[in-house]
Design a protein around this ligand. Sequence first.
Ligand code: FES
Length: 138
Amino acid sequence: MANETPTKTGALTQGKPYAVELAPGKPYFFCTCGESSNQPFCDGTHKGSGFTPKKFTVEEAKTYYLCGCRESANLPFCDGTHRKEAGIRKYNEFLLKRNTELTTKLALLDKKVKLTTAVAAAAAGVAIVLGAVRLYGR
Ligand code: FES
């Protein structure tokens, strides 16, 4: 296995390793930035971020556990750091960030629902007035 140590850690994508079946001799590109949509593999999203994918190969076909917290000292492979202080802290930060994002989305949805309800009430009011005008306006 060919490994290089990255200079900084990317974003946690999950609080546990990825179990993946890998084939011997095939080059893989582990996502070090944590922004790929094809986790745990690079999809090119890192461009311009200062991160570069970690190319690696394996020597036998089997299930490998690739790091999801980006804190392993043996990237791309999990070394159990996600269960230690650095990994748990990073996971908590990830959950807090996701919670903030979801709270913001919920507030926006709530505003949309209120606006839609107001528009529907206004439309109903207009329909009633038009109906009354048709009925009694002659
Ligand atoms: S998308 Fe993360 S390293 Fe390429």
